[in-house]
Ligand binder design. Sequence first.
Ligand code: FAD
Length: 316
Amino acid sequence: MKVIDHINNAKETLFSFEILPPLKGKSIQSIYNGIDPLMEFKPKFINVTYHREEYMYKERGQGLLEKVSIRKRPGTVGICAAIMNKYQVDAVPHLICGGFSKEETENALIDLQFLGIDNVLALRGDSIKTESNFRAHPEGHSYAVELVSQIVDMNKGNYSIEDIKLEPTDFCIGVAGYPEKHFEAMNLQTDLQYLKEKVGAGAEYIVTQMFFDNKKYFDFVEKCRQVGITVPIIPGLKPIKTMAHISFLPKFFHIDYPEELSAELLKCKTNADVERLGIEWGVHQSKELKKAGAPCIHYYTMSNSSSTEVIAREVF
Ligand code: FAD
């Protein structure tokens, strides 16, 4: 079933979450271990991130450089199929522009349709460690809006093959939005205009980047409505869990902690302190968002679901 239909049919705020594929060489059991405790809260959909291969060049003597893979999380499509099969819950694969030609994207979408997957989250993707800025594949897309258009074209039966009548796909497309603006955007206003373009191209809902200050989400929704973006905007929440998260999350995701939270984080001495605070804060954010009528609350579990489980028990 499509995410947009889940949202439109819902009488109250839905629960959903995101997982990461395991690192190459790890079994899918780690994924099930993260999903199992959250099933009692009846997630309507589970997102599975997509990760581009990261690589570096190692010196192999005599000036020879060898390309060596340093991190791989393959398996997004397989994990989505396994989730749908095991849990009968809709899986939402993330699809990125980076690293893919349009034809490869088309073939990936055909696979997804064969597997009975109705949803995709269309993203540009970030630069990999060997690039200073995002670089599009020479035959691929530079921005998420172009990927949305390609999927919409396939939904109309237009593939790269010309002059043949083809069966249309039927994907529901979600896109990313940034309450604290995307880090490359000149300002929030230009970012909102590009977000509006993604919706105009055919995206049916938006999932936000994590935020820790609900006011930023409420302001963002208001600004979206002012510029004419009318689709549902799903807030994304990340329970802070470790001392390392304190600096990592703002640095990596370009977000701020509100003062009230940063003051409490400064008092934390151990991971357990941070985890307790992360749960408390997550419960506070979730209850307020639910009360305000958010269509769904989407948790970034990063495949470690223990904090999300405690929060969900309090909220859903
Ligand atoms: P875009 O919408 O293309 O925007 C990128 C930047 O370009 C923005 O600054 C925007 O303002 C600007 N822009 C947009 N359109 C245009 C245009 N036509 N002309 C000029 N400028 C334009 N990354 C992954 O690699 N894998 C994942 O699984 C993944 N999942 C994510 C899930 C969510 C909910 C979110 C919020 C992010 C996720 N990301 C993921 C990260 C995402 O790929 C990065 O934030 C990336 O830098 C931007 O992606 P986007 O789809 O928002 O890009």
